[in-house]
Design a protein around this ligand. Structure first.
Ligand code: SF4
Ligand code: FES
Length: 250
């Protein structure tokens, strides 16, 4: 499949989205909610591009738009830049002190008089829902998007410490704007109004997860209680074993 992006032809694969094709060819399209394992959310709308399909032009979100043979795509037309600036402006009004959004505003020269920005506002969440999606995918379903309009937010039921939360911090990992508060201190993790004891790695001694998260994965994968080894040490162990087996073969 041939797709023209910003005047240059690229070979696309069936089922690929425009964002995937662009990423594969190192073409930058700004985005906030396209993450590994969470592609095609269509939530932030920052990834919009203009396409020309047989003479008809339209604006689409590149992360959810499946490519078609012969389309022509512009990632940075005047129209796109104008709409993208407005999207960033709205994000900036919601989260005026967030570093990710501030740097996007700078990149796109989003100009707004300081009197419209509340420099005391602590909001960092852009309501993309990635954290909720991550929690759902795990099967824990401890958080959700609640309320409507200006009071919409991500929360545990009634803002209480959730009995379903395992403190794994998958939500923190995926959040594009570092909006989720997590505090790891003295072998304890506090997240979503609940404090967990942390497990330390039996090799390097670093705290790496909670007992609840470890038990949850062991039960889910139906494996005997795993050694308490952090991912970094696990990788080192695997590479050590691989090198040893390589040495023994040759
Ligand atoms: S907390 Fe982060 S991941 Fe969750 S909805 Fe808000 S911005 Fe998105
Ligand atoms: S990356 Fe496409 S809508 Fe967010």
């Amino acid at each position: 499949m041939k797709v023209k992006i910003n005047g240059k032809l690229y070979n696309g694969n069936t089922g690929e989205t425009l964002m995937e094709l662009a990423k594969r060819n190192n073409i930058y399209i700004p985005n906030l909610c396209h993450k590994k394992g969470f592609e095609g959310q269509g939530r932030c709308r920052l990834c919009i591009v203009e396409i020309n399909d047989g003479g008809k032009t339209k604006i689409v979100s590149s992360c959810v738009y499946p490519i078609k043979d012969g389309i022509e795509v512009s990632t940075n037309s005047d129209k796109i830049i104008k709409i993208r600036k407005n999207i960033i402006l709205l994000l900036l009004l919601r989260t005026p002190n967030n570093d990710t959004i501030k740097s996007l505003a700078k990149e796109y020269n989003v100009d707004i008089h300081y009197k419209y920005l509340d420099n005391k506002k602590k909001e960092n969440c852009i309501l993309c829902g990635l954290c909720v999606e991550a929690c759902d995918k795990l099967g824990t379903k401890a958080i959700s998007l609640v309320n409507r309009g200006t009071t919409k937010k991500v929360s545990t039921p009634y803002d209480d410490a959730s009995k379903d939360c395992i403190g794994c911090a998958a939500c923190v990992e995926v959040c594009p704007t570092d909006a989720i508060s997590i505090d790891d201190k003295n072998g304890k993790r506090t997240i979503w109004n609940r404090t967990f004891n942390l497990v330390s790695c039996s090799i390097c001694g670093k705290y790496f997860t909670t007992y609840e998260a470890l038990k949850y994965t062991d039960d889910k994968l139906n494996i005997e209680k795993e050694n308490q080894i952090c991912n970094s040490c696990k990788r080192k162990e695997i590479s050590k074993k691989f090198k040893e087996s390589f040495k023994n073969t040759y």
